[in-house]
Design a binder for this molecule. Structure first.
Ligand SMILES: [Zn+2]
Length: 217
């Protein structure tokens, strides 16, 4: 049996197992549940939001990209963020990165000329490195630098979220969502809280919209 045939067969077995556990499983799946959490995670195949938080389908809206980044020109992320905040009115947004993230490791190295598009995407993480160069380079070994850049990248993405007009408008109009930076340990399976921002957190004025001039939607 080839690899893809096995996936399709395992899918059928998965459905049957779920139905054996709960005959209403498919009925519940089809119900229109409204997630109250928006999750931004890394594309890494070892990181599945519902699995590591033991949540059911429909509880968390998930967006994933390489290095769990919030990039101000990424319409894929911004579209999902807009939907999560303006339509679902989620209470929480979580950026969850992970230790031993290969995207962050790649950002610590020289650009790879054979992967120009991946390199452009990773440049945002290189910018995080440049912002925190002195703290990172104070560490002597590559493992510690890698770990710190993982954490700083998550913190930076939380800040990037707070700099979007989508979040700032919702903070002003609805006093939500709270923003949370989490890091997942591949070595022990544990998620740790790194940082958070609330609608009352002060912002750097150069990133703060003058919302008196904008209709609150
Ligand atoms: Zn990763």
């Amino acid at each position: 049996m080839n690899r893809l045939d096995r996936l399709l067969l395992e899918n059928k077995a998965w459905v049957q197992e779920r139905l054996d556990e709960n005959p209403d499983f498919l009925k519940h799946l089809a119900e229109n549940r409204v997630p109250d959490i928006f999750w931004i995670g890394c594309s890494d195949s070892r990181l599945h939001a519902d699995e590591i938080t033991n949540t059911e389908p429909g509880e968390i809206l998930v967006h994933r990209n390489v290095g769990n980044q919030v990039v101000s020109t990424d319409f894929n992320l911004l579209g999902a963020l807009e939907y999560a905040v303006n339509v679902l009115k989620v209470a929480h947004i979580i950026v969850c990165g992970h230790y031993r993230c290969r995207s962050v490791k790649a950002a610590l190295d020289r650009p790879n000329p054979n992967l120009p598009f991946a390199d452009k995407w990773l440049r945002n993480i290189k910018d995080v490195y440049r912002l925190h160069r002195s703290e990172i380079e104070a560490l002597n070994n590559i493992e510690d630098r890698w770990k710190l850049l993982v954490e700083m990248n998550i913190q930076e993405q939380i800040t990037n979220l707070a700099h979007t007009s989508i979040v700032q408008k919702s903070w002003k109009a609805n006093r939500r969502p709270e923003l949370h930076g989490w890091v997942y340990g591949l070595h022990d399976g544990i998620i740790r809280e790194l940082c958070s921002l609330t609608p009352y957190s002060p912002l750097d004025p150069i990133y703060e919209y003058n919302l008196e001039d904008i209709a609150i939607g």
